[in-house]
Design a protein around this ligand. Sequence first.
Ligand code: ADP
Ligand code: GLC
Length: 479
Amino acid sequence: MNIVQVSAELAPWSKTGGLGDVCGALPRALVQRGHRVVTVSPRYKAYDGAWDTGVRARVHLFGYTHEVAYYHLERDGVHHLFVDHPSYRRPGIYGDDNGVYGDNLFRFALLCRAALEAPLRVPIDGAVLGEDVLFHANDWHTGLLPVFLEANYRSVGRYPTSPAVLAIHNAGHHGAFDAHEFAGLDVSTRWWNACDMGGRLNCLKAGVVLAAKLVTVSPTYARQLCIDHGHGLEGLFSHRARDLWGILNGIGEEWNPATDKHLETNFTADDLSGKHAAKAALQREVGLPVRPDVPLFGLVSRLDHQKGIELVMGAAPWLLRQDVQFVMLGSGGAAYEDFVRRLAREFPSRARGIVGFSEPLAHRIEAGADAFLMPSRFEPCGLNQLYSMRYGTVPIVHATGGLADTVPTWEPGNGTGTGWAFRDFSVDAFIQALAFALQTFREHPEAWRRIQDNGMRRDFGWHRAAELYEALYVAAYGR
Ligand code: ADP
Ligand code: GLC
């Protein structure tokens, strides 16, 4: 199959969260299954090794004709196309210190249009892909791709068999804009109904209506989208439930404790000495007392309403009265960032809070912590709990979405489980899970070792997900 994956983020070149990681990793796994995969994402800045193909496309949007250029880089068999346009070359992906960019609808509509032109114009291995490709769009940023596919191409006989699949990584963001912006998309008004939600132009909804198949990143979140986590689109998701698949994300090879280049000491499930060294190194790096015996809790997160930081705020005074250490890394909402800084000031010998985005430190927290906190309010899949398990770091999570699907609670009776998943979204339930974890760490080291081992031996490779995506694409062609 020829697969064109379109996304606003693509790790390692652009990333604010798991969307980037997934869009970077899935294509590699699909290539290993024999598919040709081309990614299309914005060229936010110059990327080493990505060369101007010389190919240009002109598209009409918001009353003007805009020219985009395509830069190309091949890595691990995947062809990456970076769309160049002045509106992408800014400090942030979606916004900066002054807020979200006012022209995001234009920027991402342009991405969709550029992606739809790419197979017709850009030579890949010496020839253009042509009109038989599968488009795999991701989240609201590319929700309009199925609209443009129908309106600008299919209606005039182009791409006659090419389906579009929409992957929903987070239904909390719709990309909703004033209705009058619709005129700027330069498509016939017969497509307004698909885009209209409550009188506004809604990019995610348009994609959900028009994509041949829908996929989200865990089976539980696929069900929740239809019931109570669809952010107003529950009815539509239920209507399309048969086309909505739930496929758990995998994790990429850059998150492997045996080879992680951000660590001074690597380790495996058979020998955790490198993990013990990573804990000491983390304690030194953030300036906490170097003590192997103290339980070290870690948190790496976008500081967003989704992530349940309120529960961390509620439980932290209780947690930090104990003999524990807590290292937080995150950025996002101002009130959450204040909390992260304040906690470190209030508990100088126990807590450290780093406000910012640091890939190396995220790896070192995953490696050095004993336990990882992820009390998300909702979580489509979640990657950090997967990284944690792979690094022998015991996740303590709210049982929602992908967290419920991937973290079975420790059962001392039969020795199963990889962490703790609490059911009620409440500070009390969170504290209870933390208390179980603390007690197990302190009083039952052999059980703790078993929990670590259970997690480290799980297989979260991308190959299984890739097989399911392949089946999804086949189903999309059949529709
Ligand atoms: P989401 O995509 O909702 O943010 P995921 O758990 O799927 O949640 O993925 C988050 C990804 O972003 C992980 O790779 C995580 O390590 C990374 N991440 C989040 N915040 C930071 C940060 N402040 N610094 C470095 N990496 C971060
Ligand atoms: C989203 C979700 C997260 C998921 C990630 C990758 O950002 O919030 O749960 O793991 O996308 O699919």
